[in-house]
Design a protein around this ligand. Structure first.
Ligand SMILES: C[S@@+](CC[C@H](N)C(=O)[O-])C[C@H]1O[C@@H](n2cnc3c(N)ncnc32)[C@H](O)[C@@H]1O
Length: 282
């Protein structure tokens, strides 16, 4: 079993909280029937969903989703066009070298930013969108992709085709062993995933404070409220992760279980950062 930390470099990955989240999800899963669906409306680079599905063979049905069409297209390529994607991942450094264009990142970013609706994907071959998304995050500062000012350096130092191909294969294997809603990663607004059916939800929405700086598709305050209202109506088990912000505490205080988890980071020296895990499950 691979140690999974998401397919690509992506902001807000839950690596440090993964153990805690896995334990809680496994406990919540125990109360459900064998066909219950694991639903993750904000799948992103998939760190949590892949770990959960990879470690819980009993969870055979899943609905994975991200509103970002290019991210959903990347997952679709991993699931259905793994061989084409791997060829392009391998060829990318040479293609950049041949281009002799120091503005290639700007071009890549511009194309990705023009993809705002699933219908925009028709303008590009599917695996090409997958490669653009993967490459933009992999080569940008902090994995910011379309939100980054530029690439990390001329040498593509964080772009390791061998490692990426290994990840594509490992992710493809995990997702290939699960019955996925619509056979892929869907690209819908999160509310659509609350449709009826036995399910367990893990939700990792854009951060309240920094979301707009980190994601091409971020949340307004009213989106955070919309999510809170949807969860308040839910009797099915859900687990939600957030940055610690007074506005989030205001939305969930008094009716949801709120746990503050302090995470140690060592980037730029040791520091501690609180994160929130919220749930309707004691
Ligand atoms: C915090 S990130 C998720 C990170 C993910 N847990 C991971 O391991 O990489 C939030 C994600 O929500 C997606 N998103 C933003 N607005 C959305 C919406 N209305 N519905 C569904 N997804 C949305 C963004 O594209 C982004 O990938």
């Amino acid at each position: 079993m691979m140690r999974q930390s998401g397919l690509i470099r992506y902001p807000g990955g839950k690596r440090k909280l993964l153990g805690e989240i896995m334990t809680r999800l496994a406990q919540m899963r125990r109360h459900l029937g064998p066909d219950a669906e694991y639903r993750e409306p904000f799948f992103g680079a998939g760190a949590v969903g892949l770990a959960f599905l990879g470690h819980n063979p009993a969870a055979r049905n899943a609905w994975l989703n991200d509103r970002d069409p290019a991210m959903a297209a990347l997952w679709d390529s991993v699931i259905h066009k793994g061989d084409s994607l791997k060829v392009m991942v391998e060829a990318f450094p040479e293609a950049v070298r041949l281009l002799e264009d120091c503005n290639y990142f700007r071009t890549l970013r511009g194309r990705l930013r023009s993809i705002t609706d699933p219908s925009d994907l028709r303008r590009f071959p599917p695996a090409v969108v997958g490669l653009m998304k993967l490459a933009a995050h992999q080569i940008s500062y902090s994995g910011l992709g379309t939100c980054a000012g530029g690439p990390m350096g001329e040498e593509l130092s964080r772009y390791d085709p061998v490692r990426l191909i290994g990840k594509i294969e490992a992710c493809g294997e995990i997702l290939g062993s699960v019955r996925l809603k619509a056979g892929t990663c869907t690209c819908l607004d999160f509310e659509r995933l609350f449709e009826p059916g036995e399910a367990l939800f893990y939700l990792d929405p854009p951060y309240y404070k920094a979301g707009t700086r980190l994601y091409q598709f971020a949340f307004t305050h009213s989106d955070h409220e919309r999510l809170m209202r949807a969860l308040r109506r839910e009797s099915r088990p859900w687990l939600l992760s957030y940055d610690e912000h007074p506005a989030i505490l205001d939305l969930y205080r008094g009716w949801a279980q709120i746990d503050r988890v302090v995470v140690d980071y060592t980037i730029n020296g040791p520091r501690r950062k609180p994160e929130l895990l919220l749930s309707n499950h004691p």
